[in-house]
Design a protein around this ligand. Structure first.
Ligand code: CMC
Length: 388
């Protein structure tokens, strides 16, 4: 049928060259432009990491200030986007609305259609990072039937997001800086992860010359599934379904049963065959947040910790090298901050935006071909249409 390799799920196929992110799955190492994720989480912040992903180096103090000012001064969205919301039912899943909203941005910012213009590519990249928190918070407000809250550009990126989420016309939400930093860390830990399903989708869509808003909307759609970004929502639902530590063994047994489709959500990864380094930072951040909020006995955290311990000692999980991934502890942090479960994957999308854009920019700025996989045809051979 031709001379090509058959690799379902792209288990062993590299689709591109990239200088952005490196993963050593065996060691459990994740580097952005050479910097380890735990080092970035400890000693940098989300917007500096966005800059790093986009431009290859961490910003100097001056570059940081001008990048932050520029991002924080483009946080407003076109007023007409407010009207666009009214086409959606209020009980729509927030990810469904996000796919539509982000795709619609190319109808507002026409310069994004000219991807051959480097300046336009830059502006679109900045617009996306600036406006994602505003759109995400609007999605939440719309789902709750509350008025939209306009951004406050004097706050940090993460604080402004929490402000837009939780302020009401009666009361401005006062963001605790510790929660602001925890939110920032959650965004940072999601910022990029090389050629995962959504990033590969962004690259594939972009390889046809589609505009970046359309490509990122495609990435958001790919992220939504429970095997990818939708896992953070699925983890919380699973922990709630387990309900009590005494039920953990039953769920572990279900996860090991080949005749049962249930999997331990937040466990396992295509590339990591060791502890996901993002999960380590997430676990520590989770402890900090619960401490700050004085939630010492969060029952879901107790279940999560015990579940992790039992799974890590179980021969099934050991043999298959299944460890907690980034989604295992993130939901507990988000829940403690007050973010509802159906918004978890939106938070992932917000955090992942600079990664998607950095990959799109890298591809468009270099030499590339339209992505066009082949197939192994297994259908009928040539046959005539029956004559009636
Ligand atoms: N629970 C129980 N068994 C599992 C799990 C799990 N969470 N994950 C993998 N396995 C088993 C699987 O049944 C298979 O067993 P066998 O070899 O006997 O058929 C083996 O481990 C390998 O699994 P796979 O599905 O072939 O591995 P994959 O690389 O195609 O899938 C994965 C990776 C992340 C989709 C999968 O581990 C999974 O479904 N995990 C749960 C969902 C989840 O947490 N996703 C978030 C991923 S991290 C965030 C992100 O990047 O989006």
């Amino acid at each position: 049928q031709g001379y090509f390799t058959y690799d379902p799920g792209f288990v062993s196929t590299a689709s591109c060259e990239s200088k952005i992110t490196f993963i050593d799955g065996g060691k459990g190492q994740l580097l952005h432009r050479g910097y380890a994720i735990d080092d970035l989480a400890e000693n940098s912040d989300y917007l500096s990491t966005c800059y790093l992903l986009l431009y290859g180096e961490l910003p100097s103090a001056e570059e940081k200030k001008s990048f932050e000012d520029m991002i924080m001064h483009h946080t407003m969205v076109h007023e007409q986007i407010h009207q666009f919301f009214h086409g959606f039912r209020r009980d729509s899943h927030p990810m469904a609305v996000m796919c539509g909203l982000v795709g619609s941005l190319s109808a507002f910012y026409h310069d994004s259609l000219d991807i051959s213009n480097e300046r336009h590519r830059e502006i679109t990249a900045h617009r996306l990072i600036s406006k994602m928190p505003t759109l995400a918070a609007m999605v939440y407000k719309y789902s709750r039937g509350q008025p939209f809250v306009y951004p406050r550009n004097d706050l940090t990126y993460a604080e402004n997001f929490l402000y837009m989420m939780f302020s009401t016309p009666c009361e401005d939400y006062k963001v605790d800086p510790v929660l602001g930093r925890a939110m920032d860390k959650v965004f940072l830990l999601h910022a990029d992860h090389e050629q995962n399903a959504s990033t590969s989708t962004v690259r594939l869509a972009g390889s046809s010359g589609a505009n970046p808003f359309a490509c990122i909307a495609a990435g958001i759609a790919a992220l939504w599934g429970p095997a990818h970004g939708g896992a953070n929502e699925a983890v919380l639902n699973m922990l709630e379904e387990i309900g009590d530590e005494s039920n953990i063994e039953e769920f572990i047994a279900k996860a090991k049963d080949k005749n049962d489709p249930f999997r331990l959500m937040g466990f396992g990864h295509r590339v990591y065959k060791n502890y996901d380094p993002r999960a380590k930072v997430m676990k520590a951040t989770c402890d900090e947040v619960l401490d700050l909020l004085g939630i010492e006995n969060e029952p879901l955290l107790k279940i999560a910790r015990k579940l992790e311990k039992i799974a890590l000692e179980d021969p099934y999980f050991i043999e298959k090298k299944l460890y907690p991934n980034v989604d295992f502890y993130s939901g507990i942090i988000l829940k403690a901050i007050g973010i509802p479960v159906d918004m978890f994957t939106v938070i992932f999308a917000l955090g992942r935006t600079p990664g998607w854009i950095a990959h799109w920019k890298e591809m468009i700025g270099g030499s590339y071909k339209i992505g066009r996989p082949r197939q192994l045809y297994t259908g009928e051979t040539l046959r005539p249409v029956p004559k009636s």
